[in-house]
Design a protein around this ligand. Sequence first.
Ligand code: WT7
Length: 631
Amino acid sequence: MIKPIANYEAYLEAYQKSVDQPEAFWADVASHFQWRKPWDKVLDWNFDEPKISWFEGAQLNITENCLDRHLAEHGNKLALIWEPNDPKERFVRYTYRELHEHVSRFGNVLRKNGIEKGDRVCIYMPMIPELMVAVLACARIGAVHSVVFAGFAAHSVADRINDSGCKMVITADALNRGAKQIPCKAVVDEALAECQTVEKVIVFERVGWPVHMEPGRDFWWHDELKGVSAHCEPAVMEAEDMLFILYTSGSTGKPKGVVHTCGGYMVYTAYTFANVFQVKPNDVYWCTADVGWITGHSYLVYGPLLNGATTLMFEGVPTYPDPGRFWQVCDKHAVTIFYTAPTAIRSLMAAGEDHVLSYSLDKLRVLGSVGEPINEEAWHWYHIHVGKERCPLTDTWWQTETGGIMIAALAGVSPLKPGHAGYPLPGVQPVLLDQEGKEIEGNDREGYLAIKFPWPSMIRTTYGDHERCRLNYFDTYKGYYFTGDGARRDEQGMYRIIGRVDDVINVSGHRFGTAEIENAINQNEHVAESAVVGYPHDIKGQGIYAFVVCREKEFDPVNLKGEITETVVAQIGKIAKPDKIQIVSGLPKTRSGKIMRRILRKVAEGDISNLGDTSTLLDPLVVDEIVEGKL
Ligand code: WT7
């Protein structure tokens, strides 16, 4: 329902207005939504506490804007197309009217089971329509959803449930992933052994696996729906009430709960969705991200529905039953806008052109990339073989904490440059900072990427620990939001994101703290200590390289590595499996005991010609041994 900016001059104009008069700019965007009560003040902020408040005094329910608002004129338009893992299974389509009804009924199920406004609900589900229904049903009744990606192991699920004190878990028996079936409910059962706050579990039957149902605690989705009304009165929310928590990794061991609020998140995700993808009424839009990540929240669920668009959700993986699956789905459902991650492109590129050349892809008109830097080879392959050189390819830079896309081309409107996210969206004021936190002026320069003015969907706090939010994002460079990324501004002022400058690694677009993986490895009884670094990986972007010191002198290296891998899988999940494990007798440490990761990074990269100054090390010989062990 947002009219996209039509040309580059209009973009420049909008950008200028967003900087000169940010409040007037955002008030104008916000006027396109349905509010129960208008705001008293557009923006109130300081980056010291930090305090960020958008549309204070306003009241709304985001699902009224996602669903009810469209019913009168577009009730029969498709809201959701769901494509199953198995191409032979029937796909599902919901109109806006149908989705509205499903959400309303399930909202009533939540209320019936004691969930009230403000309660936290953990959602641990496969990529099925019920996941979207569960998310929106929470928002409908004002419950705070905390979606946990269904690839996380029990211990990680328990941590997240406990950190936010969830009262309920919504899950499924199991999920389909390519040729495999993977349990969900059993993982939840194991997690709940470590949790005290969860009173009820609702289980959707997807696969038909036998599951344990705890009497009084566990209930079947289909049983709960029986006799439930299709009318669900939306909870009236303050603009700054919490909409959801989403856990993400930082440089410390424990993932943090990023908090997003109702009003600002709604306005920003809707605005950026319409503009970046240049959405038209008849588009079929497909974002391949899992709803367990921020991309799925903002650009599979909320952004598209807020604009009354048709969003496609895919249960499966890019390579099943073969590496042509993405393209087959594009043709099958006449997809016009396709948004995916570089790691998927690289893995399909490795499988060869034939798979993509067997499909017409003639409805595609816009391509997007997200999650990590897209290397030029992958950019061109995607642009040529998928987009047939006729579809603008927008590389979108943003973060869980930013809530929505920050730097990206408006497809077909802004200039494109492979490897570059490009210019900031209206409302976004990026800067490059030097070591001292001084702004670097001019173009053709590199520095730390920070943002100097608030935007509506920015992080408000980290759940239960505001100080952590302040220290993580607002303390390093006073007066700025610090992204943790390094970036370069080219001669034309276009941004190229270089990568993280903190101890965060990005593996296939999934974010981990190195400390988080080390903590997991250290749980193994044979491990004395460990250090994890990222290294360049052809498909994953970054791979996980673990240096491990063993407690015992005698050990079988093959067994030990296998055990360490199992420990990580049990603690975090398969997605955090180390790609390489090197057993070493010691780690390179300074005299004060700090691990010199710079050296380990070089070794992991295989760049051992120039290890830099090792004279400050406690035991420089350790480095020689590590280098030899690597060879
Ligand atoms: C980190 C945020 C944003 C949704 C998915 C990831 C990296 C993200 C790009 C891009 C280069 C990118 C950054 C960022 N990143 N998009 N287009 N080009 N790098 O969200 O898990 O919060 O990770 O992903 O390093 O800080 P996330």
